[in-house]
Design a protein around this ligand. Sequence first.
Ligand SMILES: Nc1nc2c(ncn2[C@@H]2O[C@H](COP(=O)(O)OP(=O)(O)O)[C@@H](O)[C@H]2O)c(=O)[nH]1
Ligand SMILES: [Mg+2]
Length: 207
Amino acid sequence: MDYRISEPVVGPRPEDALPDSVTTAVKVVVVGGFGVGKTTLVGSVSEIRPLTTEETMTQASAGVDDIAGIERKSETTVAMDFGRITLSDELVLYVFGTPGQQRFWFLWDGLFEGALGAVVLIDARRLEDSFDVMGRLEERGVPFIVAINAFPDAPSYPVADLRESLDIPDAVPVVDCDARERSSSRDGLLTLVRYLYALTTTTSEPR
Ligand SMILES: Nc1nc2c(ncn2[C@@H]2O[C@H](COP(=O)(O)OP(=O)(O)O)[C@@H](O)[C@H]2O)c(=O)[nH]1
Ligand SMILES: [Mg+2]
């Protein structure tokens, strides 16, 4: 067979290089139920082309992934999303998105290794999906903030009610977010970073 190299091998793009000033890299995870907007958030916020492993939903997940209310979604993330955002001259965040469905929990061990914290992304139309995710983060001792993703027909609960129904500790920040907006997604990540920083500088327990 005749093999020819038709394209030069493409190396990293110059814009993907980290500035020399960066001294700290922090790994964080975006986690949440099916279709809450994890891939959207990582994609909107990432300054490098995000890595996303999406696979068309098959019959295998029919009835397992509940698509009531999100009928147009035909893809679900099988493994993870990955992106990067430079928050200051010195600080870069590596953002991993991972599914919250219980059948993907086997991925969590590797993915959370070295992660300083998590954003729990929530669709207010399906609050119940986030219980398991937050419970599991608490078990693992991973600090997290909660971001309510803005879906047009989602009920808008007062934050106090959300805290109560989801049993979110007072110290844990709860923010609104539009995962499609870079600045909003960035604000969500900044909230997490500030919270993590506050945890390291206070003596009190986070919950
Ligand atoms: N209206 C609205 N739609 C969103 C938002 N974030 C995500 N979506 C849509 O919701 C669907 C599921 O998002 P996706 O990021 O794939 O969810 P994932 O399963 O958590 O990765 C997609 O069709 C997105 O376009 C948001 O903030 N607002
Ligand atoms: Mg996804």
